[in-house]
Design a protein around this ligand. Structure first.
Ligand SMILES: CC(C)(COP(=O)(O)OP(=O)(O)OC[C@H]1O[C@@H](n2cnc3c(N)ncnc32)[C@H](O)[C@@H]1OP(=O)(O)O)[C@@H](O)C(=O)NCCC(=O)NCCS
Length: 228
């Protein structure tokens, strides 16, 4: 049991992603790597359409953020996000920061709020919600790279989720967790430290030094489950 490790002080800070333009091709490739055909991804995957919309609106928001046209761009992004959300059931606000290679499994309904930061090559399954605490001041979750968030999981408040963590289906997570955490339950508890390696695939993963360094931290006896 690693319950003690759910302490903000022990959580590895997730890397902040702040690039203004990320090509939706990275997300397309991620869907392909996770086993979806190109036709399926492009034609009948509302989650992917929502990601493409988000990528363009995020770039527009960033481009006009420091110009006099900012209020107009802001309204355009809010309006467009609402339309895309109604259409795809996936709410990805333009001001959220999402790294390359996002994979939304089974599409919506799902939502994140505009303060959320998500790292690269993360997976969110249908029913995920990530947002503000609502009753206390503070920011929204900052989620590391290669994190898998299972169906119906809810993450809120000023928390950090370490790289390669696995958030189980239905977990309600309100505290920071260190890298490679396996988190389950409501309230969520860290139940393991073998991470999400067996659930997250992406181009170049076999030679990604960050992933390999993280994988090397997994306890020896679990190597058979996490190799590759
Ligand atoms: C977190 C997860 C990966 C754990 O899988 P696992 O390591 O194989 O764990 P097991 O299924 O062997 O279960 C181990 C224990 O944890 C419990 N458990 C498993 N998942 C749980 C969850 N999400 N919430 C609470 N308890 C959970 C099991 O009941 C079991 O308890 P027990 O030992 O008292 O019997 C998995 O349960 C999960 O949530 N996957 C995501 C599912 C999802 O999002 N699916 C949608 C895609 S189609």
């Amino acid at each position: 049991m690693l319950e003690e490790s759910i302490k903000a002080t022990e959580a590895a800070p997730a890397k902040s992603k702040d690039s203004d333009w990320v090509s939706p091709y990275t997300d397309f490739r991620r869907h392909r790597k996770m086993g979806m055909s190109g036709i399926h991804t492009l034609l009948i995957t509302p989650g992917f359409w929502a990601i493409v919309g988000y990528r363009f609106l995020h770039a527009i928001d960033a481009a006009f953020r420091k110009t006099p046209l900012r209020p107009i761009a802001n309204q355009f992004c809010i309006f467009s996000t609402a339309i895309i959300s109604a259409w795809t059931q996936c709410l990805l606000p333009a001001r959220a920061k999402i790294g390359p290679g996002l994979y939304i499994l089974h599409s919506g309904p799902m939502m994140i709020n505009d303060g959320v930061v998500i790292g690269s090559n993360c997976t969110m399954v249908r029913g995920v919600a990530i947002g503000h605490h609502m009753t206390s001041a503070g920011d929204s979750p900052v989620i590391g790279d290669r994190v898998f968030i299972g169906t119906g999981a809810i993450l809120f408040g000023s928390i950090e989720v370490g790289h390669d963590s696995l958030i189980g289906a239905g977990a309600v997570l309100t505290r920071s967790v260190p890298p490679r955490s396996v988190v389950m339950g409501n309230p969520a508890r860290v139940m393991g430290n073998t991470g999400s390696f067996h659930l997250v695939r992406y181009d170049g993963m076999e030679t990604d030094p960050e992933r390999l360094a993280s994988l090397a931290q997994v306890p020896q006896q679990t190597d058979t489950q996490t190799s590759g």
